[in-house]
Ligand binder design. Structure first.
Ligand SMILES: [Zn+2]
Length: 309
């Protein structure tokens, strides 16, 4: 497909930015310390606020922004990227990949958590800059390719559309995406969105191995006029996923919104990085918020009913 002159020029500018590290002002190569990360993200948690790259564990890096996780899982035969934040964040993601010493062309697959702009708005640009194959569930595919939220998405109207990306490979629950020794398992976890997907794998630093669980958002967030109580099938789907996550084997939990799993504080040593109960706690907190949301909807409906009488 021919690129327009504008997008060709934009891609050239992005590649030059990544090659020179200009966005980050020529920082020293390799992952940033948490002190550097905290300095750069102080008072910032926006979807597109540039953050320096940090190492989560072994070959797992967060190359995302101050508010959104983008994971690079590095391997000797090629790498895998999960999520791409927004289109606006792509230059800083590219600079982070360059700073870590990895070549964008060695990224083989682009995975994602769920089809909302803050996590996949940058996928189309990332695909063109890396040549990697976008991977998604059949449920996520129509939204990822159109860049539009599903008709029944609770956040439709709340968050913007984005440029879609052509999905090159469909995964089912339990499928493994492999690049050399990297083996990531897909877990279909719909609820926050219809195409929500979580990923798990094992990473080792020498003989020390940890299971990494990248668990999708479980929040019942919606546009103002949406009532979860009016959509029992949506609620049932979210509850089933929450129950599933609660039972998942957990070791190092990472979430698309770093704040969802206290990620930066854990990496700064303020809480344990590895915690076998982390997935259960993440699920329980989501169930509590869902119940609170349903209770407040019921209270609002009751109040509206009594004013009508
Ligand atoms: Zn979302």
């Amino acid at each position: 497909m021919a690129l327009s002159l504008m997008s060709a020029m934009r891609l050239l500018a992005l590649s030059m930015l990544a090659a020179t590290g200009a966005q980050a002002g020529r920082p020293k190569p390799g992952p940033a310390s948490m002190a550097e990360h905290q300095r750069q993200c102080a008072g910032k948690d926006g979807w597109s606020d540039p953050a320096p790259p940090i190492r989560i564990f072994a070959n797992v890096y967060d190359v995302g922004t101050c508010g959104i996780t983008v994971l690079l899982i590095a391997g000797p035969k090629g790498h895998i990227l999960i999520d791409a934040a927004t289109a606006k964040a792509v230059p800083s993601i590219m600079a982070n990949i360059g700073r870590l010493g990895f070549r964008p062309g060695d990224i083989k697959y682009l995975l994602s958590s769920h089809e909302h702009v803050d996590h996949v708005g940058g996928l189309d640009d990332m695909q063109r800059l890396t040549g990697a194959t976008p991977v998604a569930s059949a449920a996520a595919r129509p939204m990822l390719e159109s860049g539009k939220l599903a008709a029944d998405d609770p956040q439709r109207g709340l968050i913007p559309d984005y440029t879609g990306v052509r999905v090159g490979r469909i995964v089912r629950d339990g499928d493994v995406v492999a690049v050399g020794p990297l083996r990531l398992t897909a877990h279909l976890t719909p609820g926050h969105s219809a195409g929500g997907t979580s990923w798990s794998w094992t990473s080792c630093a020498g003989k020390a191995c940890h299971g990494i669980a990248y668990i999708d958002s479980l929040n019942a967030v919606s546009a103002d006029d949406y009532r979860f109580s009016a959509h029992p099938a949506q609620v049932a789907r979210l509850r089933a996923t929450i129950a599933r996550v609660k039972r998942m084997r957990c070791d190092i939990l990472v979430t698309p919104h770093p704040s969802g799993s206290n990620l930066y504080a854990r990496l700064a040593g303020q809480a344990p990085l590895s915690d076998s109960k982390a997935c259960a706690a993440y699920a329980t907190a989501a169930a509590t918020r869902l119940n609170q949301r349903l209770a407040s909807e019921a209270a609002a409906a009751k109040a509206a009913g009594s004013t009508r009488q």
